[in-house]
Design a protein around this ligand. Structure first.
Ligand code: ADP
Ligand code: MG
Length: 322
């Protein structure tokens, strides 16, 4: 549905986007992840035709954005980093304005009402945009992207500046829109993509450092596993035993006493499943293992490692990753 091939863009001698390629298939929600200044907005502005690339191609549902921009743009709804809202208009006036601007052919009243219901702004339709909260303004921004019912939706940092409750609401909205649309969601907030996206493309300094299914990314970057084990037994001896067990990289008491047990955070070595040896060893010592659960590697860890790998001169990030 979206096909980017070797896209480059410089501002002066700054290579904002330095030869990137990726595809998003129909119905996918792609997370576009990267730190500030990585090149996310530049890429999205090129995909949506707001900015022209120096070289490379962008195809939307087979249509080249340069050779047939009108057709390609009809398939795209875009929420830019700074939504183009007119603060002196009411919500309904603004949506009608965008409807005309896009030359939308769908039945006006019904279409706009449906959109307002989906993004839950029907009750503020008559209010001036300048009087709305940030969360509601962002919904109006999403509403304008939905006008014309485009196949592709592109959201540039849609949850920036929102409070935690608003973030969850916008996430749920995006997840729901993902059932009917192909979506690119850019963010520098890591749990966001984990919660919503089928696949993740990570960009850093204008180049792509990962392009994987969400769960594969977590496995690909690091094969170590973290487990929390609840064990009944003398803390010092348990720790000594854990640390001497093959396949275990680190073991630490995390001090949570649950009646007579203590919790330990255990990190296994790359691609080693230590659960069975752990069980038998503890059993042979007469220390009951009364709980064992996996701790998922956070995307934060993964991201820092990826960026660290790409940038071996960046000591700060490398340190944080180790
Ligand atoms: P992101 O959205 O990931 O934060 P951007 O795409 O906005 O990153 O920016 C990528 C790089 O390009 C940054 O170093 C930024 O300063 C630079 N840049 C972006 N737009 C312009 C511009 N119009 N003029 C000059 N430099 C720009
Ligand atoms: Mg940006």
């Amino acid at each position: 549905m979206i096909e980017i091939t070797d896209v480059r863009k410089s501002f002066g001698d700054k290579h904002a986007v330095d030869g990137i390629s990726f595809r998003v298939e129909e119905g996918e929600i792609m997370g576009f992840l990267g730190p500030n200044g990585a090149g996310k907005s530049t890429t999205l502005n090129i995909i949506t035709g707001y900015l022209s690339a120096d070289s490379g191609t962008v195809r939307i549902d087979g249509t080249d954005i340069l050779t047939d921009p009108l057709k390609a743009k009809k398939d795209i709804g875009f929420l830019p980093e700074i939504p183009p809202l007119y603060l002196e208009m009411t919500v309904i006036e603004y949506l009608n304005f965008v409807y005309d601007l896009k030359g939308c052919k769908l039945p006006r009243k019904q279409h706009l009402k449906e959109i307002c219901e989906v993004v839950k702004i029907w009750d503020v339709g008559k209010r001036l945009i300048k009087n709305l909260s940030k969360g509601y303004r962002q919904r109006v921004g999403i509403a304008q992207a939905l006008i014309g019912n485009p196949k592709v939706l592109i959201f540039d940092e849609p949850t920036i500046g929102l409070d935690p409750r608003q973030i969850i609401e916008i996430r749920n909205l995006i997840r729901m829109l993902g059932k009917e649309h192909t979506i690119i969601l850019s963010t520098h907030i890591l749990p966001e993509v984990q919660a919503v996206c089928d696949k993740i493309v990570v960009i850093n300094k204008g180049t792509i450092v990962a392009n994987e299914k969400t769960e594969d990314l977590i496995n690909a970057v690091d094969g170590t596993r973290k487990l929390i084990a609840k064990i009944v037994g003398p803390e010092d001896e348990v720790l000594k035993t854990l640390r001497s067990l093959g396949g275990i990289k680190t073991a630490d008491s995390i001090g949570k006493r649950d009646t007579d047990s203590i919790s330990y955070l255990i990190e296994s070595q790359d691609r080693v499943d230590i659960r069975k040896p752990l069980f038998y060893t503890l059993a042979s010592k007469g220390w009951p293992l009364i709980g064992l659960e996996g701790v998922e590697l956070s995307l934060e860890d993964i991201f820092i490692r990826l960026v660290g790998k790409e940038k071996p001169d960046n000591k700060k990030q490398r340190k944080a990753g180790n």
